[in-house]
Design a protein around this ligand. Structure first.
Ligand code: C5P
Length: 220
């Protein structure tokens, strides 16, 4: 057997949405299925990498050959990612909620007839990609995703520097594309050396190509 290209390399992948509690029974979330992140974790493992997948709540199974840490909230995801450092590559695919409820209620918020409707005060969540991209233990290769509904390319370029990422995988998640929660993806690979448009592919195929790109970049 020839050695696999990522044998001896450590990878951290985030995947899925986060659930930010409102009270013990309610939460804020998004439409992420975890399919793309899980496929990337599996593809890196298939090339021999030692993969830690930090996953938000998803309904798909744990990928084969990968260490999976299940979390709910963004702060838990950040803690799990930082605990998994150092690594050679980080691929932050999770659709982390940008905001959480500032003070989630300890008990279920009750509906009382005639009383005013509650309002939710939000506060910013930690940016996990940005934290990893600027960390003293920054992986050699840091890859982020950019789910946008407009100005996909310019938003992705701006994100490279702001987040301290080497590559931003940009996709248009406008409802008409069916990408968010779907099985296919159409991405652009944005890096300081330019932009590469990939065709419409199954998320597994996007993952295979991305893993090959990771192996290529880590070889240099
Ligand atoms: O800024 P925006 O949310 O569009 O950036 C998307 C990228 O940043 C994704 O790679 C996502 O996983 C990551 N991210 C993160 N923590 C956040 C928000 C986004 O890791 N709080």
């Amino acid at each position: 057997d020839r050695p696999k290209p990522l044998t001896g390399r450590k990878a951290i992948v985030t995947s899925g949405p986060t659930h930010e509690p409102i009270d013990p029974v309610r939460y804020i979330a998004n439409r992420s299925s975890g399919r793309q992140g899980h496929a990337i974790a599996a593809a890196l493992a298939a090339l021999g990498a030692d993969v830690t997948l930090v996953s938000g709540p998803v309904s798909i199974p744990d990928p084969f050959g990968v260490r999976v840490i299940h979390v709910e909230r963004a702060d838990q995801m950040r803690d799990a990612v930082l605990a998994a450092l150092p690594a050679d590559v980080a691929v932050m695919v999770a659709a982390v909620a940008d905001w959480r409820v500032a003070s989630a209620a300890d008990q279920k918020i009750k509906k009382h007839p005639g009383e005013s409707i509650p309002t939710l005060a939000l506060t910013e969540n930690p940016d996990i990609l940005k934290t990893v991209g600027h960390h003293t233990m920054r992986p050699k290769l840091v890859i982020g995703f950019a789910a946008e509904t407009q100005d996909v390319e310019s938003n992705a370029k701006a994100k490279l520097d702001r987040k301290g990422a080497d590559i931003i995988v940009a996709n248009d998640v406008s409802p008409a594309t069916g990408i968010m929660g779907g099985v296919r993806n159409r991405v652009r690979i944005v890096s300081h050396s330019g932009i590469e448009q990939w065709p419409d592919l199954a998320k597994e195929e996007v993952a295979t190509r991305l893993a090959a790109m990771v192996a290529e970049r880590l070889k240099q």
